[in-house]
Write a protein that binds this ligand. Structure first.
Ligand code: 5GW
Ligand code: MN
Length: 288
């Protein structure tokens, strides 16, 4: 029982001072040394939760699956029931990965796509359809980019109703400089004086019900935009950012949770947990 666990005495006056650990709407912002992993796992493990993750590997992106899946076995919700759903047009190319007890991978076939914008835009819709099937069997869901690897723990500290990850590329910038969709005709529109953080399209999550709602709203807005002949600047990432502006995330993950390999590690980043690999765009994208 967690009551008998040994862990450092929490301090009410001392903690990290180099970063902000709570948003103005009082959602925790998760940084290394702001949580006690052993304690959190002891709280969450007895609930016997199932965590689903969706990952798309369409076309040449299947090459990223091996590292993604192998590193998830080392770092992603270790000791929990984890079900990874791989969406791909090349099911025969999904690598066989040795899985620990309680973990499984399912493959869902999706159509190939010539326009890369299609892939990025349709993920929400396909995840929404998946989640409808998972109602009753899954508690939390994360939607992750495949062109990335785990390097450190990503676990129960990230669980909450709606979870957004701060994008590593813009967190020092003023909101007017965030790459939000700026055309008022789009349903992803954000005014220059609006916005909290710029969040990643490459990682987000939450409870099954909340992610069902989020994917429904974002995919509907994307489709309605499409009928008007508008495609948001960063497809679903733009719609996600608009959604999280209107519906504040209940937990915010620091850029430790989605770094980029090409970026030098900033001093406030004490650990990189998940990071996008460097990729040769010309070699992997259908219409780069
Ligand atoms: C291809 C060309 C341009 C943009 C995206 C793609 C692409 C994305 C693809 O051909 N296949 C594919 O499976 N994807 C999925 O969308 C992957 O899960 C990928 O991680 C995600 C987002 O696309 P990324 O990772 O290329 O976008 P960035 O912004 O992380 O570079
Ligand atoms: Mn990516």
């Amino acid at each position: 029982m967690w009551q008998r666990l040994k862990y450092d005495q929490p301090s009410i006056t001392k903690g990290r001072t180099d970063v902000v650990t709570v948003t103005p709407w009082l959602a925790p912002v998760i940084w290394e040394s702001t949580f006690e992993p052993v304690l959190l796992d002891a709280i969450f493990k007895p609930k016997n939760l199932t965590i689903a993750a969706s990952v798309f590997a369409v076309g040449k992106y299947v090459q990223f699956l091996k590292d993604f899946l192998e590193t998830s076995e080392k770092f992603f919700f270790i000791g929990f029931n984890v079900h990874i759903f791989v969406f791909t047009d090349r099911p025969q190319d999904v690598p066989k990965v040795q899985l620990a007890a309680g973990r499984k991978i399912s493959v869902r076939k999706v159509p190939s796509s010539k326009r890369w914008q299609e892939i990025s835009a349709r993920r929400m819709e396909m995840v929404h359809a998946l989640l409808r099937d998972l109602r009753g069997s899954t508690h939390y869901v994360f939607c992750l980019d495949v062109d990335s690897k785990f390097h450190g723990r990503w676990g129960s500290e990230s669980l909450s109703e709606t979870v957004a990850v701060v994008h590593p590329g813009y967190y020092g910038d003023g909101r007017s400089r965030f790459p939000y969709e700026r055309r008022p005709q789009s349903r992803a529109y954000m005014a220059p004086s609006d916005g909290d953080f710029y969040y990643c399209g490459g990682a987000f999550g939450g409870s099954l019900d909340q992610v069902l709602e989020l994917t429904q709203v974002c995919s509907k807005n994307y489709r309605d935009d499409e009928k008007d002949g508008v495609e948001a600047a960063w497809q679903e990432e733009s719609h996600l950012n608009r959604y999280f502006w209107e519906n504040k995330p209940s937990k915010v993950l620091s850029p430790e949770y989605l770094w980029q390999d090409f970026k030098p590690r900033n001093p406030e980043i004490h650990i990189i947990r998940f990071s996008g690999v460097n990729k040769n765009y010309a070699a992997i994208r259908p219409n780069a």
